[in-house]
Ligand binder design. Structure first.
Ligand code: ADP
Length: 594
């Protein structure tokens, strides 16, 4: 219940005006000429519509009562002209508004994409990516709809309605009064419906994005789904969400279509009263029928715009809910803000030091409980320890994906909290366990390491990463597109590409999460050699899973439950028979992963 109340509170009329103002402020100016043209077309539509109703009086009186053949041609010509004009004006406004709308969608998509990249890694860890993507695509359309509904409805429908009412009043004001008497109760009833609809809309949007999200997650994880034979369970679960979505959509349909019986009833009442009054007047008082026909034509024509205007609030509310969700995302501040006086990081030997670092993920207990460690410049420091000890967390803190709660992380004596994030990240290269390939060619994927790298530098890096040979064996060499997630490449090949990406970056500090997944022997050897090249001469902090990496490291840091429990070289640590390292070491044969 509380949730429903919260949702209602979101869209009051103040909110609608605020969101509308913001959308117009952000987009209106750039499209002012387009809107001016569209509004001009809409005025033409409104006036030509009113004209066809207005001229009915002459049709009836001149052609049928006075039998003036000469006037018939003039009148019919005018009617034809009005319709043709209306057709072109309708086309003009529809195309212009669609173009503006599509441009607005594109602009918000660009803005959102840019903004998403500024948000912290922590945000993405919490948000469901598929859910997020689905929500964005639904909601961006909301912003376009807010603007177009406002323009079309206020300009076309309101203007048309006002002109038609003008025709009605000028032709017969008594009849007009009868019609207007039904307006207040109708408006009251419509307000009631639209209130109920607001909360239903927000719920429906959320359920829909869950449906789309669930589908996307299944597609992405299809191998896991099949391997664990999760089909039935997932099917049941998603079926339930889809059921809910269907019920909610039906509820919205019922609610929004509830306006139809309401408006129809009132319209029937108004029209039959008008007919009765006019017919009696014609029968008993001999009033000529022309004005009445004009009036009825105007009334019938007024029905459509009036109905659309009645639905307008409901539609605007729905669009505003969508727009609000987009703005909620756009207004989200990145968690790790830069200090106002942040300087650029200046790197010499590239020594990385943790001083009493305490850290916990949002909402969780402490993961690092006072970590002190020193990774000397140009040397390799291996992090070892059981799963969950906090090794990846240490790696995550160095690029400032997260900020520590206490303590400092220093690079060559400079606290990374005080330097600009871009200068910090320029000095880092990262090779993850799961090498990720982005949309684009092999060359693009290596170049992401450093956008200004030349083709020669890219090939150089690929050679050093033992990737060149398999790249040139691909159908289009360096220009071969790698599909989503690089599906066409083997695990080892992807790893070597991500190493090439790190090499091209040529950063003094390399963060490395060694892959645990087994590769075939040949790939394994190539990846190992590529890594050795990448590590040479750099400060390397590696989450080590292979004994060979650990043994070769200049320093080994043993982690246990968020603390550094031992440090030293392999020889030193292996001698401490009761130490954790010695115990971890004994568990494994030389070729087994830690
Ligand atoms: P390791 O790399 O040594 O296996 P991690 O640093 O990955 O350890 O994890 C340490 C602890 O932090 C684990 O208990 C893990 O569940 C938790 N953890 C890791 N990432 C997150 C996250 N994004 N949000 C919340 N908890 C996390």
């Amino acid at each position: 219940m509380k949730v429903a109340q919260d949702k209602k509170r979101h869209v009051d009329s103040g909110t609608v005006v605020r969101v509308l103002k913001r959308i117009i402020a952000e987009n209106g100016r750039d499209h002012i000429r387009g809107y001016a043209f569209a509004i001009f077309c809409l005025v033409v539509v409104a006036l030509s519509t009113a004209f066809t109703a207005w001229i009915m009086e002459s049709v009836v009186n001149e052609a049928f009562a006075n039998r003036r053949a000469d006037m018939v041609l003039v009148i019919c010509g005018a009617i034809l002209a009005a319709f043709v004009l209306r057709g072109f004006a309708t086309y003009g406004q529809a195309v212009t508004l669609s173009k503006i709308g599509n441009n607005i969608v594109a602009r918000y998509q660009r803005r959102l994409y840019k903004h998403l990249m500024t948000l912290s890694v922590g945000y993405f860890a919490e948000a469901r990516s598929a859910h997020l993507a689905a929500q964005i695509s639904q909601n961006v359309n909301g912003i376009r709809d807010v603007l177009n509904l406002t323009v079309t409805s206020t300009a076309r429908d309101l203007l048309t309605l006002v002109s038609l009412i003008g025709v009605m009043v000028s032709k017969d004001w008594v009849l007009s009064l009868i019609v207007f008497a039904v307006a207040p109760p109708l408006l009251y009833a419509l307000r009631y419906v639209s209130k109920r609809l607001r909360s239903a809309t927000r719920e429906a949007i959320e359920t829909n994005s869950r449906v789309l999200g669930a589908m996307q997650e299944t597609v992405q994880g299809i191998a896991v789904v099949k391997a664990f034979t999760m089909e039935t369970e997932l099917d049941n679960k998603v079926s339930k969400i889809i059921d809910t979505a269907e019920r909610r959509a039906n509820r919205i349909a019922r609610l929004s279509e509830r306006t139809s019986p309401l408006t129809e009833t009132f319209a029937g009442f108004a029209i039959s009263s008008v007919l009765a009054y006019a017919a009696f007047r014609s029968i008993y008082d001999n009033v000529p029928p022309g004005a009445f026909f004009s009036f009825v034509t105007a009334l019938l024509m007024a029905y459509d715009p009036a109905r659309r205007l009645a639905k307008l609030q409901v539609q605007i509310d729905r669009a505003v809910v969508n727009a609000q969700m987009i703005y909620a995302l756009l207004d989200m501040q990145p968690a790790q803000r830069e200090k106002p006086n942040a300087r650029d990081l200046v790197v010499g030997p590239a020594r990385v030091e943790f001083k009493n670092v305490v850290f916990s993920y949002a909402g969780g207990g402490p993961i690092l409980k006072g970590v002190d460690l020193m990774a000397e410049g140009g040397q390799t420091t291996a992090l070892v320890g059981q799963s969950g000890a906090g090794k990846s967390t240490i790696i995550n803190l160095i690029p400032r994906f997260y900020d520590p709660a206490e303590g400092q992380i220093l690079i060559d004596g400079q606290d990374i909290a005080d330097v600009t994030k871009s200068s910090l990240r320029r000095q880092l290269a990262y090779v993850s366990q799961q090498p990720y390939m982005f949309e684009g060619t092999i060359r693009d994927n290596i170049r992401y390491g450093r956008p200004d790298a030349t083709d020669t530098e890219i090939e150089e890096a690929a050679k050093l990463a033992y990737a060149h040979d398999f790249i040139v064996a691909q159908p289009e060499g360096y220009d071969t597109p790698v599909g989503e997630n690089g599906m066409t490449l083997s695990g080892g090949q992807r790893q070597r590409l991500s190493i090439a990406r790190a090499l091209v970056r040529n950063a003094p500090i390399l963060l490395l999460d060694e892959a645990t997944s087994a590769l075939d022997n040949e790939s394994e050897a190539a990846v190992q050699k590529a890594l050795e090249t990448a590590m040479h001469g750099r400060t390397v902090i590696v989450i080590a899973h292979r004994l060979s990496t650990v043994v070769k490291a200049d320093k080994i840091v043993v982690m246990h439950e968020g603390l550094v429990v031992e440090q030293g070289t392999h020889e030193e640590l292996a001698q401490r028979k009761d130490g954790l390292y010695a115990r971890l070491n004994n568990l494994q044969s030389p070729d087994r992963a830690i």
